[in-house]
Every structure is written in structure tokens, then in C-alpha cells.
Design a protein around this ligand. Structure first.
Ligand code: PLP
Length: 333
């Protein structure tokens, strides 16, 4: 049996999820007549403590809708290092005519780091949006604490900028910090969240915010080609994931810790995981790509992650036996 730790997006829908999808009541969502989509959107808005939410096909679309809601061409977005918005969305911000500037280190920054991004002169770019990522993927699933993110939002608002949270894995962050998703979303004008990362749904994300912003997001989604018809079929999978697979993410966090502890005990440099993402470095003389290929030949899939690191992610389809097998093979590789 292959143990696939490349990403928490590789899960397959469970039988119960497939049944929920097959039985979903549907309608035409472009007319806003799909009751399952509306139920999912209400549930997400409530969980995130926002007035409204909109179901969209992907996390990338949720983030890029936010960019277009908050920014016009020529505006600037502030991000931390290695933001998904910048690294993994095929240059979409550039295509929208929006530029970015990076502050802080490792994906995290303080109000002091942010201060310099608000330039007073007319010939400097205008910062319209400050975007955070929680949990932070490239930082190894690290978590922003609510007081840290709220301080960033307060400063951004004082300076006339809006705030967006890339909360693809906000569910993981909530469990790791032991506060609700709504508390983590406090202060943000918009929040994106994904159902297909760790939660096990086959498709879907959402963007949440005020009723007014979400109404405008409907227009932007349609413009991007993201309007869907009987999408209750997929929304039912997302709703099932939300209701049944959120609490169990703690198991994934425990398995990530087990894997990281074993790799560290075997002498590999390892970042202590806060959630479900483990970053480690191969022994000197072995590249991340070589390690990944050796492990793959023995049945364990991991991702080379930059020049020195390998990423392994735990999820719904990885049990204790899989972790034991992964430890044995990765240490050997
Ligand atoms: C932090 C973060 N944001 C956004 C996304 C984008 O999600 P999607 O692949 O659904 O476009 C991802 C995907 O892995 C992610 O890790």
C-alpha cells in the first residue's frame, strides 16, 4: 500500500461522503437556487463569524476574488514570505495588475514590520490589502495566534488598508490554538477556507466576509468563470467534511508529531510541527529530490520542498500503520 504524504489534498471521499453527495438536493446556483450550496455557505459564515460566505471551486479562486474585491490595478498587497498567493497561484495577482511587497521573516510579521509598507508619497505604491496565511504552508503549517493577527488587522485598518486571511487550513489552526475559527478570523475583511485540504472533500473552498463584500464576490466569481450550476453535489461533500471531519484533524496533528519526533531521533533536522505539516532535511549529501525518489520506490510519497527541505503532510487517508511504515522508509531513504 502506497503511503501518500505529498499533500493533504490527495484524500478520496469516504463512502458516507459519497452517499451525502449522491443524495444532495440541488438547483441552479447561478440563480442562487441550490439549497445545499446555501446551507454550506450559511454554515461556513457562522463558523467563521462573518455575515455571509460564497462557495467557490478552489482556494486559489477564493484568494484571487479577495484580491479583486480589495484592489485595483496598480495597488499593492502586503504579504509575509513564501505566501501561497504569490508562489502558487500562477501569477494571478500580476495578471490582475496588482503588485506585492514582502515583510517579516518566514511568513510571519509584526505590526512594526508592517509599518514601513504604508508609504506616504504619491509616487510610492498604495497598499490596499494586507494578507496573512493561517496555517502557513511553507512555514510547515505554523499558526498565527489570534492576538498577533488582530494587531496586524488593526494597524492595516488604521492605515486605510483592508485585510484578507488565506485560511485554507484555518480548521487546523483553530484546533492547534484551541480557539474557534471565528476568533482566528476576527479583524479580517475577507477569509478564504478550503474543504479539500485534510477535511477530505473532493472539491471546494469558500470566501467569507460582510454581506456587501460577498455580494460583490458573486460578480467576481462569475467573471472568473467560477459560477457553477447544480453544485450542491460537490457542496454536499464539503458540508459532510465540515460536519464530520473537523475534530479528527487532531489525529493528523498527533501523527505529524510522531513522524517528526522519529525523524529527529534518527538525526534528521526537523521542524517541530504545530499542525499536520512536517518539514525535514535529508542527511548531508542527499538532496530532497533524491530522498523523495528513494522513498517513492519503497512506497512512500513526499514532496521536495525548496532546495533543502522535504514536506510530509498527514491527512484523513493516513493511519497509524501508514505513519509507522513512513518512518521506517524515510529514515532509510
Ligand atoms: C495556504 C494555501 N492557500 C491556498 C491554496 C489554494 O488552494 P487550491 O489548490 O484549492 O487552489 C492552498 C493549496 O494548497 C494553500 O496551501
Amino acid at each position: 500500500m502506497l503511503v501518500d504524504l505529498r499533500s493533504d489534498t490527495v484524500t478520496r471521499p469516504t463512502d458516507a461522503m459519497r452517499r451525502a453527495m449522491a443524495d444532495a438536493e440541488v438547483g441552479d446556483d447561478i440563480y442562487r437556487e441550490d439549497p445545499t450550496v446555501r446551507r454550506l455557505e450559511d454554515e461556513v459564515a457562522q463558523l467563521l463569524g462573518k455575515e455571509a460566505a460564497l462557495f467557490v471551486p478552489s482556494g486559489t479562486m477564493a484568494n484571487q476574488i479577495a484580491v479583486q474585491l480589495h484592489c485595483a490595478p496598480g495597488d499593492q498587497i502586503v504579504v509575509g514570505e513564501h505566501a501561497h498567493l504569490v508562489l502558487y497561484e500562477s501569477g494571478a495577482m500580476g495578471a490582475a495588475g496588482v503588485q506585492h511587497t514582502v515583510v517579516g521573516r518566514g511568513g510571519f510579521f509584526s505590526p512594526r514590520d508592517l509599518e514601513g509598507a504604508f508609504a506616504p508619497a504619491y509616487y510610492e505604491p498604495r497598499t490596499r490589502l494586507v494578507a496573512l496565511e493561517n496555517t502557513h504552508n511553507r512555514a510547515g503549517g505554523r499558526v498565527w495566534r489570534p492576538e498577533e493577527s488582530l494587531a496586524i488587522c488593526e494597524l492595516a485598518h488604521e492605515r486605510g488598508a483592508r485585510t484578507h486571511l488565506d485560511g485554507a487550513r484555518i480548521w487546523h489552526a483553530a484546533l492547534a490554538t484551541n480557539v474557534s475559527e471565528a476568533v482566528l478570523a476576527r479583524g479580517f475583511d475577507t477569509v478564504s477556507a478550503c474543504f479539500s485540504k485534510g477535511l477530505g472533500a473532493p472539491v471546494g473552498s469558500a470566501i467569507a466576509g460582510s454581506r456587501e463584500l460577498v455580494h460583490e464576490a458573486l460578480r467576481v466569481r462569475k467573471r472568473m468563470g467560477g459560477g457553477m450550476r447544480q453544485s450542491g453535489i460537490v457542496a454536499a461533500g464539503a458540508l459532510h467534511a465540515l460536519l464530520h471531519h473537523r475534530a479528527r484533524l487532531l489525529d493528523d496533528h498527533g501523527r505529524a508529531r510522531r513522524l517528526a519526533d522519529a525523524l529527529r531521533d534518527a538525526g534528521l533536522e526537523t521542524v517541530a510541527p504545530e499542525t499536520n505539516i512536517v518539514l525535514f532535511s535529508p542527511r548531508p549529501g542527499t538532496s530532497p529530490l533524491e530522498l523523495s525518489e528513494r522513498a517513492k520506490r519503497e512506497g512512500v510519497l513526499v514532496s521536495p520542498f525548496g532546495p533543502t527541505a522535504v514536506r510530509a503532510v498527514t491527512h484523513l487517508d493516513v493511519d497509524d500503520a501508514s505513519i509507522a511504515r513512513a518512518i521506517e522508509i524515510l529514515v532509510r531513504a
